[in-house]
Design a protein around this ligand. Structure first.
Ligand code: MGD
Ligand code: MGD
Ligand code: MO
Length: 762
């Protein structure tokens, strides 16, 4: 860092490691501002205990799910954010019109606390007013019955339980649609689409045990210190064991460099820390395919020189398509690889050498891989690299997509899919006696397009903040207002709730931390983590209000009121969630003895045939693929374009902001910044602290984001970084990975215009 640089308000260089005393302090603040200090310690201690609740923070598994409480700053924030003692009551809504609430920031909206009553939008007064649950369900039923089923969109956000998600898809299918826009369409859809072709299943193959046995980890495009905090304990252990961790990330992320484990007494007492990455490669945004091809290319060169680098036997017995893959790699020039990746041939060769030496390698990845024009192809290329050395289906090795929401994977497993398989539909028909629709439905982008076109008339959201999470807000916001009906099931107020349709209902639900008592007693729900472990979670806290219903109860209430001739005993299912699980078991493979197996601590693992080298692909083999070219196929229009990635701060959970700081990146009290490479700044005549307007540089795009302060940062040349969701206005809705429909949130060509050389006064 350049020490002579001028001071910019809110920007301070952060020198410490990740974790450590800073993390303890941040947790204490989260507890103090959100919770009753007496209840907080007990609540946090119940997180991820055998009879407690699953941490809503991330989808990283726990060792045996029963050991001591794993300290985790961002897990604590997620729990305290839900278990807050703040409330948004009917009095609050009477005093605040929707238009006045819309003027507030998303940070302020959620900050008011938990929703307490079911609410209906009252147009004349422009306020939300309390409504009786049954009255609301009846009116929703009436509206839905008057619509074509395919004019209704059923959105799921990944915090929802298996039980609620299963009922939600039954409701939609009995109504007659497969319209399931879902947060994973913006997230790991590239994994769900890419991996089935490569290995036969759209999920990761590693378990925590594999991390104990691995000899090399390659970490691409994810930021675990913030987003998968429990993974830091694993990385820390690996680093202590001397296992090399090779990172590919355009930004220097502090947690991937150094991390003081807050559970390590010695490190905490001595201000010590452990280096995490053994090598850190600042690949260009969107340059991963080139980097991966470079590694593969050198592996082929090593094989030609020394032999025994490829796992020839594995390739011959278990795979198809190797020759075409190898031919494409061999034909790719080093010069092009260097240019697209921003890394040198020597850099990539060194990774290939380390990879050739390792007997068991894991590749982990996140949004830096999936949220690109060629996200699906990127995922398959990762699989290819692993297949070259037989690194799937052996201990210590495999592919490890880091899932987003804590149950996003489970939601998909239990049927949230706009493209259901015929086998699943047949089972639904056999078990329930109605014929579910087989026509494919909408994913998130298609649902939004249907809303914009006026074809979709109603949106029902099981959690989430749909409008804000999607690209190109302005269009989405207008489309939301043109709907006949919107229904939101949520815990806290957010902007999507306020984009009122002709009729809008807001339903407060129990959170994961809260006691859920139904007719037959206390209920538990189940979730599936990033490593396909399914386990139970049951809340213990007193619900935020006596008016709350559980998510399964709300879904069942709407379904029963909508479907007069329903074949499903909705009320019985809500009375005892075991009955919902019995139906899941009858309709979805892999859930045998579901109720019995979730009663053992730790739960059970869903079947993962590739771990046993069984490949449920069309050919019965693992498939190599050919990645077409090297680049993203989307060059910016005009001179001086840069590639923008949008990312999460440390004090953020998706569209939820816990605070306005991003400690490890040295940003405090603000988010209107653009991280930029110093060389690029010089080339464009910009200085640290200059204020710029950002414009999307794609053909026909007119999107702009005004008045953003440039911050010098250690980021690959040609790449710039801005915060999600503020920068979503710059992402065109149709700028996406065509194979999976995932928006290219990490790859938007942009151009900067200097606005003022003044430093913003805060
Ligand atoms: N505390 C907290 N936890 C969370 C979330 C949260 O918001 N807050 N969100 C949850 C959800 S839904 C998800 S999906 C996950 C998201 O977890 P991540 O996948 O870590 O998501 P991002 O913050 O978007 O960051 C992606 C990382 O990829 C890097 N990157 C960007 N572009 C590229 C590229 O082209 N190549 C490479 N190699 N790297 C790139 C960025 O610098 C950044 O470090 O986390 C989950 N957990
Ligand atoms: N530019 C850009 N855009 C992105 C991304 C990016 O990296 N860059 N990432 C994308 C990704 S990976 C994702 S997953 C999406 C996230 O999109 P969403 O999942 O739609 O958004 P969240 O912000 O997680 O939703 C927050 C809301 O969920 C509700 N909520 C919280 N807990 C519960 C609960 O237990 N039950 C219910 N019913 N509701 C609850 C609260 O009301 C809260 O306001 O955003 C995507 N958008
Ligand atoms: Mo996500």
């Amino acid at each position: 860092m350049n020490n002579k640089r001028r001071a910019v308000p809110g920007i301070r260089h952060y020198d410490g490691p990740a974790g450590g005393w800073g993390a303890l302090k941040a947790t204490a603040i989260a507890v103090r501002t959100q919770m009753d200090a007496l209840e907080a310690p007990a609540t946090l201690l119940r997180t991820n205990q055998p009879d407690g609740f699953d941490c809503p923070g991330c989808a990283w598994p726990d060792k045996e799910h029963k050991s001591t409480f794993q300290f985790c700053e961002n897990g604590a924030k997620a729990v305290t954010w839900e278990a807050t003692s703040k409330r948004v009551t009917p009095d609050f809504f009477a005093a605040h019109s929707v238009i006045s609430l819309l003027a507030m920031s998303d940070f302020e909206l959620e900050g008011y606390g938990r929703l307490t009553h079911p609410l209906v939008y009252h147009r004349e007064s422009d306020t939300f007013r309390p409504v009786e649950w049954q009255q609301a369900f009846d009116r929703i039923g009436e509206i839905l019955r008057g619509l074509e089923p395919d004019a209704v969109e059923f959105y799921t956000s990944g915090r929802t339980s298996n039980e609620a998600a299963y009922l939600f898809q039954l409701f939609a299918r009995e109504l007659g649609t497969n319209n399931f826009p879902d947060c994973s369409n913006m997230c790991h859809e590239a994994t769900s689409t890419g991996l089935p072709r490569s290995i036969g299943i759209g999920k990761g193959t590693v378990s925590l045990d594999d991390f104990d046995k691995t000899e090399l980890v390659i970490s691409i495009g994810h930021n675990p210190g913030t987003n998968h905090p429990r993974m830091m304990g694993t990385l820390h252990e690996l680093s202590r064991r001397g296992v090399p961790i090779v990172v590919f990330n355009p930004l220097r992320e502090r947690a991937l460099e150094r991390f003081a484990d807050p559970q390590s007494v010695i490190e905490m007492a001595t201000y010590g820390s452990t280096d995490i990455a053994s090598t850190y490669f600042q690949v260009k945004a969107g340059g991963d395919a080139a980097a991966l091809k470079g590694i593969a290319k050198h592996l082929l060169e090593l094989e030609a020189q020394e032999g025994k680098v490829l796992d020839r036997e594995f390739i011959a017995t278990h795979t198809e398509g190797f020759a075409a893959f190898a031919e494409d790699i061999a034909a790719t020039e080093w010069e092009a690889i260097e240019q697209e990746s921003g890394l040198t041939r020597a850099n990539l060769q060194s990774v290939a050498v380390a990879y050739a030496k390792s007997n068991a390698t894991i590749i982990t990845y996140g949004m830096g891989i999936t949220q690109h024009n060629k996200g699906t192809a990127n995922v398959r290329l990762i699989a290819d690299l692993l297949l070259m050395r037989g690194n799937i289906g052996k201990p210590g090795a495999g592919i490890c997509p880091l899932r987003g929401h804590s149950n996003v994977q489970g939601n998909r497993t239990v049927g949230i899919s706009e493209k259901p398989t015929q086998a699943f539909l047949n089972r639904i028909e056999e078990v329930f006696g109605f014929v579910p629709p087989s026509k494919h439905g909408h994913d998130a982008v298609m649902a939004t397009q249907a809303m914009i076109a006026g074809e979709a008339k109603a949106l029902i959201c099981l959690g989430g903040n749909f409008a804000v999470a999607m690209p190109d807000h302005e269009q989405v916001f207008t489309a939301m207002r043109n709907l006949d009906l919107s229904v939101h099931v949520g815990t806290k107020l957010n902007r999507s709730h306020l984009l009122t349709a002709r009729e809008t209902y807001l339903f407060p639900c129990l959170g994961r931390t809260e006691l859920d008592v139904q007719q037959t007693g206390r209920q538990s729900i189940t979730v599936e983590d990033s490593m396909s472990m399914v386990h139970a979670s049951s809340g213990k806290l007193k619900p935020a209000s006596t008016q709350l219903l559980s998510e399964p109860a709300i879904v069942a209430g709407m379904a029963k009121a909508t479907l007069p001739d329903t074949k499903i005993a909705w009320a019985d299912l809500v009375a005892d969630y075991d009955r919902i699980r019995d139906l899941i078991e009858q309709t979805i493979p892999g859930f045998s003895n579901y109720n019995e197996r979730i009663r053992t601590p730790g739960g059970f693992r869903m079947p993962l045939p590739p771990t046993e080298r069984v490949w449920p692909t069309a050919t019965g083999k693992a498939m190599f693929s050919v990645f077409d070219g090297l680049d993203e196929n989307a060059k910016g229009v005009g001179d001086n374009t840069l590639r923008m990635i949008t990312l999460r701060s440390h004090d953020q959970y998706n569209t939820t902001l816990y605070a306005l700081d991003d400690r490890y990146r040295g940003v405090f009290g603000r988010r209107d910044v653009l991280f930029m490479n110093e060389g690029d700044m010089t080339a464009l005549g910009l200085e640290h602290g200059d204020r710029v307007d950002i414009a999307t540089a794609l053909p026909g795009s007119t999107q702009t984001l005004e008045d953003i302060t440039v911050v010098a940062y250690s980021i690959a040349s040609g790449s710039v970084g801005a915060y999600y969701p503020e920068a979503n206005v710059l992402v065109p809705l149709d700028y996406l990975d065509k194979e999976s429909g995932t928006p290219s949130y990490k790859s938007v060509p942009v151009r900067l215009t200097l606005r003022s050389k003044d430093i913003r006064a805060l």
